[in-house]
Write a protein that binds this ligand. Structure first.
Ligand code: PLP
Length: 362
């Protein structure tokens, strides 16, 4: 059983598939403008306005081969050797490596489980040094599912403004948020904040389009222009076919996406319920994305002394794959992805329960 997937198990939307096929048939298969076709940048601008109250012009948007590329170009454009980037921990696994590739240094700011894995304004303020240039904020978070409400973002935003920090806001899971919560973007707090923020998003998670490789960034013109230059001399544009497929996906109605979100919400309920029933396991309820991040330190026993050990044990004894918390800077945890069916969740969690009972009896 695979609980390690970082991608939705749904198929890409039919509208996207047809538009991609049409683009091939109609020979829209050449290089595009580096920053992306105008139709896609317009669709992105519309979505930012409608879903997140963010106002951009098309020349403030860069379309990249995946959000990962957008993030990397943002790091490359903003950072110099010796700069520090504050990364709330647990963090998504590529951030530290992308930061290090620029010569800058990731500085991890621990975010406790008791605070729902969320960064507080006080700990942000304390972590800032004269070398700090950027706060990298990801919400809903991979791996914890933690998300900030507007008040919390205002407090963080105040610190960023008063201490002159840039914010890279990775909002790739913003449309996978549960319990009828509304998403607030830190860039929507006002013009001062949006002038220091680059928002990252993409087609992978919301639209189940991981393989198409389309991500995007929106922010101040000069920054987007610098990122565009980097893209121009490295990867050129995102694939033309995928860009046309993305235009269609962004323009389709919300019905299919809402159905996916409701299904993820049911799965979250199932996974968290099963985890809470396991002796020695604690799990903060994820607000969004499709991961649970239980604390498994209560299970450490004998030769199993870390998330990594427990993940190996579960693979060997239960034939269930999870991701060790070490990948996200947190060895007391494991990440369980619920991008799989309710039947698979039931089967996998039963096997995990049996293996853990065996471990406890050792
Ligand atoms: N940001 C986060 C938090 C992610 O979890 C991922 C993918 O796992 C990405 C960015 C990259 O997404 P993309 O497929 O668009 O490169």
């Amino acid at each position: 059983m695979d609980f390690s997937a970082g991608q939705p198990d749904f198929h890409s939307p039919e509208a996207a598939k047809s538009a991609g096929q049409e683009a091939i048939v109609e020979n829209r298969t050449r290089y595009t403008a580096t920053a992306g076709i105008e139709e896609l940048r317009t669709a992105i601008v519309d979505r930012f306005r409608n879903k997140r109250e963010l106002r951009y012009e098309t020349d403030q948007v860069l379309v990249s081969p995946g959000a990962k590329a957008s993030l990397y170009f943002a790091c490359m454009a903003l950072l110099d050797a010796g700069d520090e980037v504050l990364v709330p921990s647990p963090y998504w696994t590529s951030y530290p490596e992308q930061i290090r590739l620029t010569g800058a240094e990731p500085v991890f700011v621990p975010c406790s489980e008791e605070r729902g894995f969320k960064l507080s304004a006080e700990s942000l303020d304390r972590a800032i040094t004269p070398r700090t240039k950027v706060l990298l904020l990801n919400y809903p978070s991979n791996p914890t599912g933690a998300c900030y409400d507007r008040n919390e973002l205002e407090a963080l935003g105040q610190v960023c403004l008063s201490r002159n920090l840039w914010v890279i806001a990775d909002e790739i899971y913003s449309e996978l948020l549960y319990d009828d919560r509304c998403f607030a973007s830190i860039a929507s707090l006002g013009p001062e904040m949006s002038a220091r923020t680059v928002v990252i998003d993409g087609m992978s998670k919301t639209f189940a389009m991981t393989g198409w490789r389309v991500g995007y960034a929106a922010g101040p013109r000069e920054l987007i222009a610098a990122m565009s230059k980097l893209q121009s001399h490295t990867t050129s544009n995102a694939t033309s076919i995928s860009q046309w497929a993305s235009v269609a996906a962004l323009s389709m109605g919300d019905e299919e996406l809402l159905a996916h979100r409701r299904e993820f919400e049911r799965r979250r309920q199932a996974v968290v319920g099963r985890l809470e029933a396991l002796p020695g396991v604690r799990c903060v309820r994820p607000a969004g994305a499709f991961y649970a991040f239980p604390n498994v330190s209560g299970l450490f026993h004998g030769s199993v002394t870390s998330g990594q050990d427990l993940s190996c044990f579960l693979l060997e004894r239960a034939n269930v794959a999870v991701v060790p918390g070490e990948a996200f800077g947190s060895p007391d945890h494991i990440r369980i992805s619920y991008a799989c069916s309710l039947e698979q969740i039931d089967d996998g969690m039963t096997r995990i329960g049996e293996a853990l009972a065996e471990l406890a009896a050792k």
